[in-house]
Design a protein around this ligand. Structure first.
Ligand SMILES: [Zn+2]
Length: 353
């Protein structure tokens, strides 16, 4: 009788106190060993009577349970080997987290809108950031901290002393280093669980098409119009969503351009490319140091929302932030008929007629 009560006590206590299954089974096997020893030939007969049962009975029970557990483990292993269904880009590995990663992302996972599934989507995501400058700095850091699995960054420049007033991913000691390698160092130092792909190149059309095809989402924080229109056209052609932002002096703007899913593209909203020299760059007009921090962090925020499906993004909406007067407004933007980049509203989704 005591023998059976022992098992009941082990499993009951395990359940009550929430012990890991492995501990409970280890203790159960230990108790079985005690019972078998109590019935061993050189033990006093009273001990065997005290725990109850007989040696052969406990032995057969142990063998039966052992066989059952081995069968279950083998079955699990076979099921685990069944290959995942192939996706477009090849065979997707199931996303899992180590205990250290679970601890790292705990405050994301406890958010109802992100949770475990959202964190897995972030880890499975591939995001390309164009430009490791003012907007790229906070965007890259927060993408890295958020646990985006693969982050590509392309920039042809090196770190200069005058960048450090706002490009906080770089450091004084890394002046002269290509920005993408400096950014990679900072991101990997913050989160070693992600993959960073630095491209120390200036973006051209062929490279843009090749790179964009390899990513789920593109963030553009460059400050020259040629690159911005190029990135937009390539993203529109590849049906990849684009989060693009721009800043000057005290004002910034950001939107999600996603013509493949009904929103306008960048060129729908800004069809006329400004004449060279008409819109000054940060280098020419100046910029308040924290402004790229505000807008760049918003880029990362919108990226996290887009990848996890949380909340409402900026598709079809342009957010304009005036830092000098602490004002933010959001205006609706629509696809434009005959847009050269995305083909305009040929789907007719945005027009009532
Ligand atoms: Zn367009």
């Amino acid at each position: 009788m005591i023998g059976i009560l022992g098992f009941v006590a082990v499993f009951g206590a395990g359940r009550w106190l929430g012990w890991p299954g492995r501990w409970v089974w280890l203790m159960a096997w230990g108790w079985l060993l005690v019972l078998l020893l109590a019935h061993a030939p050189y033990m006093p007969a009273q001990l065997g009577d005290f725990v109850g049962g007989e040696f052969r009975g406990w032995f057969v029970l142990g063998v039966l349970v052992g066989v059952a557990l081995a069968y279950r483990a083998a079955l699990r292993r076979v099921r685990g080997r069944v290959p995942e269904p192939a996706t477009g880009a090849g065979v997707a590995k199931p996303v899992t987290f180590s205990p250290v990663e679970l601890d790292r992302y705990a405050r994301h996972i406890m958010l109802r809108e992100i949770g475990g599934p959202g964190q897995k989507r972030l880890k499975a995501a591939r995001v390309l950031v164009v430009g490791a400058g003012g907007l790229g700095s906070p965007a890259l850091m927060y993408l890295a901290a958020s646990g985006v699995g693969v982050i590509g960054v392309i920039d042809g420049d090196g770190v200069e002393g005058s960048n450090l007033q706002r490009q906080i991913i770089h450091t004084d000691a890394r002046i002269g280093m290509p920005k993408v390698f400096s950014a990679e160092l900072a991101m990997k130092a913050l989160n070693p669980f992600i993959q960073v792909r630095p491209y120390h190149r200036r973006l051209d059309e062929a490279l843009a098409a090749e790179l964009v095809a390899d990513y789920d989402l593109v963030l553009d924080g460059t400050d020259n119009f040629d690159t911005r229109y190029l990135v937009n056209r390539v993203c529109a052609a590849a049906a990849k969503p684009l989060i693009a932002a721009a800043i000057t002096q005290w004002e910034g703007q950001i939107s999600l351009y996603d013509p493949a899913r009904g929103g306008p593209c960048f060129e729908c909203v800004f069809p006329v490319r400004p004449a060279p020299g008409m819109v000054p760059t940060c280098a020419e007009a100046g910029v308040a140091a924290p402004l790229p921090g505000v807008i760049g962090a918003m880029m990362a925020m919108e990226a996290v929302k887009h990848l996890t499906g949380a909340g409402a993004g900026l598709r079809g909406r342009l957010l304009i932030h005036d830092a000098l007067y602490a004002e933010t407004r959001v205006i609706g933007v629509k696809r434009r008929d005959g847009c050269a980049a995305c083909g305009g509203s040929s789907t007719g989704t945005d027009h009532p007629e």
